[in-house]
Design a protein. Structure first.
Ligand code: NDP
Length: 254
């Protein structure tokens, strides 16, 4: 499976990890479609960066927590793909979009729980289901989990649980989609310096140092620590990796 003429869809590709994934995938010679929730301008910059690498790129608005929007989104996406590639299909789905919730278990409200569930689990479940008819046989699904599904920090009970759910879902996807030669894997980053959670890993000195102190490689992660791994999982060489959880955390909480 050569990467030539392949197309990846990266949700939440306007900033942070998704942006880095999109650019690294383009560097491997693939076209990329990114989605954004509200940040059209940043998404436009990602598209321009990919086009300057000589690859096709587009950005579409999509709230991945709003399942009612999905049919309209796939109409838009497949219209674009038909025009640009001669068919409605793509090859790689990267479920990356997400927001943070830091709330003690005893204080987590039903509203907060639902918001985290919708974006991190239910949205991923049904976006992937609706994407299936358009993913080429032999394609790949990459779900973004978190180190917090393996280790526990106070305040992440809802978020960490949804990420665990994604990991279980990924094994089921790998099992059920194997007949179409579609592989499904999880990439689980440790704490990364992005806007996530108000940018606390990047901007809060105390948090940053605390994470660095429990990380074997002695620092927090940067987006560039993750994007290349996701891009690799889209290559021919990674084709036999299936149903796996790949943690990229610099050895956090070992
Ligand atoms: P950022 O906050 O930097 O970026 C979030 C991205 O998700 C943006 O592109 C944003 O779009 C998009 N987004 C936010 N809400 C929605 C929504 N309702 N629908 C669709 N898209 C949305 O976060 P990161 O890049 O750091 O995080 C990306 C993923 O990595 C998440 O799944 C997160 O849980 C996971 N992760 C992050 C870690 C970290 O420490 N940073 C650690 C482990 C996992 P817009 O620009 O339009 O707002």
């Amino acid at each position: 499976m050569s990467t030539k003429n392949k197309v990846a869809l990266v949700t939440g590709g306007s900033r942070g990890l998704g942006r880095n994934m999109a650019i690294n995938i383009a560097k491997k010679g693939m076209g990329v479609v990114v989605t954004y929730n509200s940040n059209k301008e940043e998404a436009g910059k990602v598209v321009a960066a990919i086009q300057s690498l000589g690859q096709k790129a587009a950005a579409f608005q999509l709230d991945t927590s709003n399942i009612k929007q999905f049919d309209g989104f796939f109409n838009e996406l497949t219209t674009y793909l038909n025009k640009e590639t001669g068919g409605p299909n793509f090859d790689f789905l990267i479920n990356n979009a997400g927001t943070a919730l830091y709330a003690p278990f005893a204080e987590t409200t039903e509203e907060q729980f639902d918001a985290v569930m919708n974006i991190h689990f239910k949205g991923v479940f049904f976006l992937t289901q609706k994407a299936l008819p358009f993913i080429n046989d032999g394609g790949r699904i990459i779900n973004i989990s978190s180190g917090l599904a393996r280790f526990s920090f106070p305040g992440s009970s809802a978020y960490g649980s949804m990420k665990s759910a994604i990991e279980t879902l990924t094994r089921y996807l790998a099992k059920e989609l194997g007949s179409r030669r579609i592989a499904a894997n999880v990439v689980a980053p440790g704490a990364i310096a992005t806007d996530f959670g108000g940018g606390r890993t990047r901007d809060n000195k105390e948090v940053n140092q605390q994470i660095a102190s429990v990380t074997a490689l002695g620092r927090v992660g940067e987006p560039e620590d993750i994007g290349g791994i996701v891009a690799f999982l889209c290559t021919e060489e990674a084709g036999w990796i299936n149903g796996q959880r790949i943690e990229a955390s610099g050895g956090m909480m070992l």
